[in-house]
Design a protein. Structure first.
Lengths: 244, 158
């Protein structure tokens, strides 16, 4: 009980988040479907505000804070709506929105090269391919398996427990109570490719790290790409012409 | 200089959990794969936040590897999903709760199926070694197979 009263804000935020997700899920009955969905849309800003109030207090750097709130909010809203949207094409597009938000977070974390690569690979290749397959495979408007989710209540409870566990861990480690855990003595770190001042995230720095410390892994990744290409060609079904 | 990294970890945790919820609740094969990509996004946010916080490039290098693996995974999964779609004409995951196929024989033949496969007639036997096959006038080779019912083997010999 003591722990519960201490962490009331955390539990309240989690319950709010779970209620938002549950309200956003498509309901089975069509009569009451619209109202609960509207309630879910209304709950999104409330739960995000609660989340920001409890966990994401501004750090003082105003420009960075605003950018962070915009990018993080975009990512979380995109993820929320992708999870609960019943039309698969819209869900794929919401995933693209979430990708854009994540790329914004990359830019704030001084990884502009990664942001560009992520947009090219995800939004340019993966989402387009997924949308292609969805459109090829689903001629009818919306199939029954998209309208009815599988065990939404249990999955939401499980997801909220998961995120609650992680949030408690983050809060305990990075909270104001123990800042000593964060004090990393950077002079003792022995890494061969320490970035010089202002070099973090540049293609040059990443390339130097990749081809010195991670050279073997780079070769391995190339091999994986080759194997996946051959495997995809081998698995892909062949049809006479024009039909999927 | 470095902002609070816990903000990014919170966003990463939420994205990861949303992906997990999506993977559990979706019944569309393609959207299940997209949900796993959302989980990978959460991990990438964490990695870049730590990379920034420690002023090292390792997190960003790992994110590039995540991108590579995600691209491979997308290609392979779409090939598999198309192959599955050709069989059932549907993307529903519930059609694949059992991976066995009805029209195939069970892989291990039990006693009953072995009895069915046993031949009803006695099999023909090969001639003993050293006997030459006879070649007819029209070039037809009559192989010296001796069939157990009497008389027929001799007839072919002559």
């Amino acid at each position: 009980m003591n722990w519960v009263s201490e962490n009331a804000s955390l539990i309240g935020t989690l319950v709010l988040l779970g209620a938002t997700i549950l309200m956003l899920f498509p309901t089975v009955s069509n009569s009451s479907g619209k109202r609960s969905k509207l309630l879910g849309y209304l709950l999104i800003p409330v739960s995000l505000a609660a989340l920001g109030w409890v966990f994401l207090q501004p750090t003082g750097d105003m420009v960075r804070d605003i950018l962070f709130y915009v990018a993080g909010g975009t990512a979380v809203i995109g993820g929320l709506l992708m999870t609960t949207e019943r039309n698969p094409v819209y869900a794929a597009l919401w995933f693209a929105v979430a990708t854009l938000g994540v790329c914004g977070l990359f830019v704030i974390n001084s990884a502009p090269f990664l942001a560009a690569v992520t947009i090219i690979v995800y939004a340019g290749a993966i989402v387009v391919t997924f949308v292609f397959v969805i459109m090829l495979a689903q001629q009818e408007k919306s199939a029954g398996y998209d309208r009815i989710p599988q065990q939404p209540l249990l999955a939401t409870i499980l997801g909220c427990l998961l995120v609650g566990t992680m949030l408690v861990g983050i809060h305990k480690t990075f909270g104001p109570a123990e800042p000593a855990l964060l004090a990393v003595d950077r002079s003792n770190l022995h890494v061969s490719s320490r970035p010089v001042e202002g070099d973090l995230g540049s293609p040059r720095g990443i390339g130097r790290t990749l081809f010195t410390d991670y050279l073997f892994a780079v070769e391995l990744a190339g091999t994986i790409l080759l194997v996946a290409t051959i495997g995809a060609i081998a698995i892909a079904p062949r049809r006479p012409q024009g039909s999927l | 200089m470095s902002p609070d990294p816990s903000h990014y970890l919170v966003i990463g945790a939420i994205l990861f959990s949303l992906g997990a919820i999506g993977f559990l609740t979706r019944r569309n094969l393609i959207l299940m794969m997209l949900s796993t990509e959302l989980m990978l996004h959460g991990v990438s946010v964490n990695l870049t936040a730590f990379s920034r916080f420690h002023d090292q490039h390792d997190g960003q290098a790992l994110t590039i590897f995540i991108l590579t693996v995600a691209a491979c995974e997308a290609g392979l999964s779409l090939a598999i999903i198309l192959a599955l779609y050709q069989r059932t004409r549907s993307l529903d995951i519930r059609l694949w709760t059992t991976l066995g196929e009805e029209e195939l024989m069970p892989p291990m033949a039990d006693a009953a199926s072995r009895e069915v496969q046993a031949p009803s007639e006695p099999l023909p036997k090969l001639a003993p070694a050293g006997r030459r096959p006879t070649i007819g006038a029209d070039g037809h080779v009559s192989s010296p197979i001796i069939v157990p019912p009497k008389g027929t083997g001799k007839g072919s010999k002559a």
